[in-house]
Unconditional design. Structure first.
Ligand SMILES: *Cc1c(COP(=O)(O)O)cnc(C)c1O
Length: 472
């Protein structure tokens, strides 16, 4: 294969195209084959590259491919390496090669999928994998899935749909109910949807972690008396802070009894439904009016892949179709392919389905199920090891794969432990604040995280805790 150094056109001749793909392929291969062994914090920050990159402008003439790929390699050798196996901070997202290849094919083919009629088979491919999702979550046959950019976009789409259902043209009176540990994107979605700031009700918890349905009920009844319009109860299926799962069956009962939309934010925890343990813990999710998922979290896909499942397709059309579209589309015929542009904010959209379809086809569902089962095992293992250490206290066994703990001592000691563990560079943890106290988090969610990495993390944490508790 001859290396070409510059491209001679937008659609380069066959030989140049092949050479370009080979050179890019080499870079991608490097990224994939070294990911498991790269230390998550091993890179320099990259701050020194920032001024030059901000000042860089495209040349008038084509740059040399080698020079440009070399520059990309330099950028990729800096910053936090989220794709590394030791990424245990926040909610890790690892990124599958097969999904990236789906993107490459989809973008190159550039099929238009905003309207189903142009390329019905391409749209059906996406709708098929969306049906896999709605079936996986036990939603009715009339359910509709959507692939969006992330959990925030999914929560926004859900809240707007709930608003259209329960407070059309009366958003000033709309109220939303959620828990103290709900993700910030839920409050953001309500605000963007026009719900007045004071009308997002953060309801109490009986155990400190999970939304208390009784507290929600009392609040909703009071608001109804006051002439407000409750539009949605938002439960979490895996809070970002601790992975706790709200009591979904009781929240579903309440929403049904009071005629309010029930949204479940399962951006972190949703795909654990593939496992037996996860399915049992997520019971009740099948009764949601809508479910937020993040395939870029618990399905290991690259960033930029969120999903929303809505139990009744027509509710989306009510919120997002322009009238003429909607009337034309208002068919009860389940076999009709819906137009994505009539059920989302987007008109022209990327063919997102392929980035979900290709990995599922090429790896098979069992690979995802087994990997997620393994994450549950690893989190439980980490929890046991940390719980057994007299210098540490955990905040209870994990509901899913997030382990929360503290080193015995004040908040400064938590930050000190984080810094000490990070000195090793091979694992990254994060902290949060719960009930006014700094808490450390270890979240097992990267497909690359293995028992070796967890054992390393546990050892680093225990050693650091011992040194810190013993004092200087
Ligand atoms: C990550 C997360 C979100 C936001 O999703 P993005 O994909 O980051 O926009 C919402 N809710 C929960 C529970 C999350 O963990």
């Amino acid at each position: 294969m001859t290396n070409v150094s510059t491209l001679s056109g937008f659609d380069p001749p066959q030989e140049q195209t092949a050479a370009l793909l080979a050179q890019v392929g080499e870079l991608v291969e490097e990224l994939v084959t070294t990911a498991a062994s790269r230390p998550v914090l091993g890179n320099p920050s990259g701050n020194d590259l920032v001024p030059g990159l901000l000042d860089q402008r495209p040349g008038d003439q084509p740059a040399e491919i080698e020079t440009i790929l070399q520059q990309l390699r330099e950028v990729l050798a800096t910053g936090v390496d989220n794709a590394a196996s030791g990424e245990l901070a926040y909610i890790p997202g690892s990124g599958l090669l097969t999904a990236a290849l789906g993107d490459l094919i989809a973008s190159t083919a550039n099929r238009y999928t905003g309207l189903a009629g142009f390329s019905p088979a391409a749209v059906a491919l996406e709708l098929g994998v969306l049906r896999w999702l709605t079936e996986l979550f036990g939603l009715p046959e009339r359910a509709q899935g959507l692939l969006l950019s992330g959990g925030s976009a999914a929560n926004l789409t859900a809240i707007v749909t709930a608003r259209e259902m329960h407070a059309p043209d009366q958003v000033q009176r709309a109220t939303v109910y959620t828990g103290a540990h709900a993700h910030a994107s839920v409050r953001k979605a309500a605000r963007i949807a026009g719900v007045p700031n004071g009308q997002v009700r953060v309801c109490g918890s009986s155990d400190g972690w999970r939304l208390d349905p009784r507290a929600v009920e009392v609040r909703i009844k009071q608001d109804l008396e006051d002439g407000l319009l409750p539009i949605a109860i938002v439960g979490a299926a895996g809070t970002t802070n601790t992975g706790a799962i709200d009591p979904l069956p009781a929240l579903a009962d309440l929403a049904r009894d009071l005629g309010v939309w029930f949204h479940v934010d399962a951006a972190y925890g949703g795909f654990f439904v593939l496992t037996d343990r996860g399915r049992a813990r997520l019971r009740g999710i099948e009764r949601a009016d809508s479910i937020t998922l993040d395939p870029h979290k618990s399905l290991f896909l690259p960033f930029g892949t969120g999903a929303l499942l809505v139990a009744e397709r027509n509710h989306l059309a009510l919120a997002f179709a322009e009238e003429s579209d909607y009337l034309r589309d208002h068919s009860q015929d389940l076999d009709a392919l819906p137009d994505f542009s009539s059920i989302t904010t987007e008109l022209t959209r990327e063919w997102r389905g392929l980035r979900l379809w290709l990995p599922l086809q090429l790896h098979g569902e069992a690979a995802f199920r087994d990997a997620l089962d393994d994450k549950l095992d690893l989190a439980e293992h980490a929890w046991r090891e940390l719980e057994a250490d007299p210098n540490l206290e955990t905040l209870g066994p994990p509901d899913l794969s997030a382990v929360t703990f503290r080193v015995c001592g004040d908040d400064d000691l938590q930050d000190a432990l984080l810094a000490r563990v990070h000195e090793d560079e091979r694992v990254r943890l994060s902290t949060t604040v719960i009930d006014g106290h700094v808490v450390l988090r270890l979240v097992v969610l990267s497909h690359r995280t293995t028992r070796d990495i967890i054992d390393l993390a546990v050892r680093l944490i225990r050693d650091a805790a011992q040194e810190l508790v013993a004092g200087p």
